[in-house]
Each structure stands twice: as structure tokens, then as C-alpha cells.
Design a protein around this ligand. Structure first.
Ligand code: XUL
Ligand code: MN
Length: 346
């Protein structure tokens, strides 16, 4: 295993959430952006990830000049805090015009809105000095299969990405697939789908992906295999580590919380692919449990990073020679136990 990557860490303002769920209101008081940035700095994280309206609230109500001014102010605030913006993602799932999807809405005016909003997201990223745009395709799918045309939707997705690529020759786009929630069935559920879609765009070199552990698990996949698959194509440009207990709602649990071995295998995969060597960040898309008290508000982030770093140590001390001997002997029962005992320690 290479032992030289020093990982850089990241989270977004939404990862210090207030505890609301579809069945109940917030359980912690709303906090300002400045407080969240202060926490990120206090915890010693390196970067912050943004939705366009995390960076500039009420994007649609603002002129281009206002957008430029506010994002430059934010850039200065980040610079003063010694923090960079890792990614910016258009939030295409809150506005009434995205009820039936953004790029794949059946209404042409709504599709135009989604594209216009994405181009403005790119402008914000530019003002922040960031060239990586993330597309979580939240409502690009259907609740009722017959309500949308999946074949036409692929053309709409390619056309929208092509417009973004043409808008700015320096940006790169990382697609973050998720198989369901909020949709019944999403059009881009896995990394294979994301990379196949990338190949249809005008500049496939600039379209890659972001893997979220929970999203892969919801698709019934092992996130470590998704990491190896994406890295075989040189396409893993960002990462949302977290955890998920089975096929439920998107739980965004702390990394390793539900299945330490699955977490370990993700770290092994990151190490063997030298993730981070080209400046990529490890982001934790994790949420505090709803029951979390104000004084423990950042524990899920600190714990995720702590678990990650402990698993890096486990990856770097993994008895590979011993494992290889067992593999050569097809003694997978012993290999299984070797992994468990390595994880449990002495
Ligand atoms: C949703 C999700 C989002 C994206 C950013 O499941 O993971 O927070 O990461 O839009
Ligand atoms: Mn995510």
C-alpha cells in the first residue's frame, strides 16, 4: 500500500443540519453560515462544499452583478479563514419549476430554467475560484414510469451538460448518482450510468463522477467496487463518505457507523488508487442524528474523520503478503478471518 497521501477533508454547510425530517421540525436552532464556517475551521477541515444557494442565498432573485459581488465576498471570507471551495452544485430540487425534474422536466420552460440556473451556478463557482461542478440529479427520474420518456430524458441530460461545458471551457462536471429518493427510480443510479452518460457529451474528458457511499449501498452495490470502477477510468473527482443501514431512506450516517468492514474496503480502494494525489478531497456527507444536542453538533464530522484516519492506518498495516498467500491457496475462509482480526486489533 502507498503510505504517502495526506488526505484533505471537506464538508458542506448542510452537514451541520438542524434535525428536521419529514415527520418533525428542527431539534436544534438555525445557525448562520459564519458559525458553520467557524466550526469547519475549528475542526481543521481544509475545504467547504457548496450548493449554489449556500454560496449566494436566493440565487434566482439576484442579478448577475449581485451574484458576482456576493460570491466574491464569500471568496474573501473563505480565503481569510484559510479554506477553499471544493465544489459548487446547482440546487435543482427546491424551486416550483423543478417539481417534475430539472433537465428532464416535461415542461420546456422548466428545462430552460434548470439550464439557466446551472450556468449561473458555474458563474458562482468561477467567482469562488472553483472549477468543479457537482450534479446530484435529484429529480431526474420518475415517480410514475409512464409519466416521462426515459429515452428522451437521456437526450435532455446530455444537452444540459453540453450547455454547461460550452459555457465555460475550464469547468469539470462530477455526476453524483443516486438510485432513488426523492424519486422512485432515478435515471442515473450508478457510476456506470454516470460514466456512460459522460461519454455522450461534447467533451467527455471534462465529465467525471462523485461517489457517495450511501448512494452506492442504496443501489445494492459495494461502494469500494464503485471506487475501483470509477478510478479505472480516472474519473473519481470527489467523494462523499458516509454510511447506510440497509435499503432505507438516505441515512447519511457517520462513516463506518453501520458497517466498519465496508468502510475499511472503501479506504483500501482509495489507497490503492492513490485518491487525493491529484488534489481530490475526502468529503463527509454526514448528518447529525436528530437526537443530537447542540453541544455535540459537530461530533458526526469529527468522528467520521477519526474513523477514516484509523482505517487508513488499518489499510497501511494490512498484512498483504499473508493475504496474498491465502488468496493463492483459495483459502478465503482464512482470508475472511484475517480481515476481521486485523480490524478488531489485538
Ligand atoms: C443527496 C446528496 C446531496 C448532494 C449534493 O442525497 O447527497 O447532498 O451531495 O447536492
Ligand atoms: Mn452527497
Amino acid at each position: 500500500m502507498p503510505k504517502d497521501i495526506t488526505y484533505k477533508f471537506c464538508f458542506g454547510p448542510w452537514n451541520l443540519s438542524e434535525g428536521q425530517d419529514p415527520y418533525g421540525p428542527p431539534t436544534r436552532p438555525v445557525q448562520t453560515f459564519d458559525w458553520k464556517l467557524g466550526q469547519l475551521k475549528r475542526l481543521g477541515f481544509d475545504a467547504m462544499m457548496f450548493h449554489d444557494d449556500d454560496a449566494v442565498p436566493d440565487v434566482d432573485g439576484k442579478s448577475d452583478a449581485q451574484l458576482a459581488r456576493e460570491s466574491k465576498e464569500l471568496r474573501k471570507k473563505l480565503k481569510d479563514a484559510g479554506v477553499v471551495a471544493e465544489i459548487v452544485a446547482p440546487r435543482l430540487w427546491f424551486d416550483p419549476r423543478t417539481i417534475d425534474g430539472g433537465y428532464t422536466s416535461n415542461d420546456p420552460k422548466c428545462r430552460q430554467f434548470a439550464i439557466r440556473r446551472s450556468l449561473r451556478c458555474i458563474d458562482i463557482a468561477n467567482h469562488l475560484g472553483c472549477n468543479l461542478i457537482v450534479l446530484w440529479l435529484a429529480r431526474e427520474g420518475s415517480y410514475i414510469r409512464e409519466s416521462k420518456n426515459a429515452r428522451r430524458s437521456m437526450d435532455y441530460l446530455v444537452a444540459a451538460i453540453d450547455k454547461m461545458l460550452a459555457h465555460d471551457k475550464r469547468i469539470r462536471i462530477a455526476i453524483e448518482p443516486k438510485p432513488n429518493e426523492p424519486m422512485d427510480v432515478a435515471y442515473v443510479p450508478t457510476i456506470g450510468h454516470a460514466l456512460a452518460l459522460a461519454s455522450l457529451t461534447r467533451d467527455p474528458k471534462r465529465v467525471g463522477c462523485l461517489i457517495e457511499s450511501a448512494h452506492a449501498l442504496l443501489a445494492g452495490l459495494d461502494p469500494a467496487d464503485e471506487i475501483d470502477f470509477a478510478c479505472s477510468f480516472g474519473k473519481l473527482w470527489s467523494l462523499h463518505l458516509n454510511d447506510q443501514n440497509g435499503l432505507k431512506f438516505d441515512q447519511d450516517k457517520p462513516f463506518g457507523s453501520a458497517n466498519l468492514r465496508v468502510a475499511f474496503n472503501q479506504v483500501l480502494a482509495l489507497e490503492r488508487n492513490r485518491y487525493g494525489a491529484r488534489g481530490e478531497y475526502v468529503a463527509f456527507d454526514v448528518h447529525p442524528f436528530r437526537t443530537t444536542k447542540v453541544e455535540h453538533w459537530t461530533a458526526h464530522l469529527e468522528n467520521s474523520r477519526r474513523t477514516f484516519l484509523k482505517l487508513v492506518e488499518k489499510a497501511r498495516t494490512y498484512p498483504e503478503a499473508q493475504a496474498n498467500k491465502l488468496i493463492a491457496d483459495r483459502n478465503y475462509a482464512a482470508l475472511d478471518q484475517l480481515v476481521l482480526e486485523h480490524l478488531m486489533g489485538r
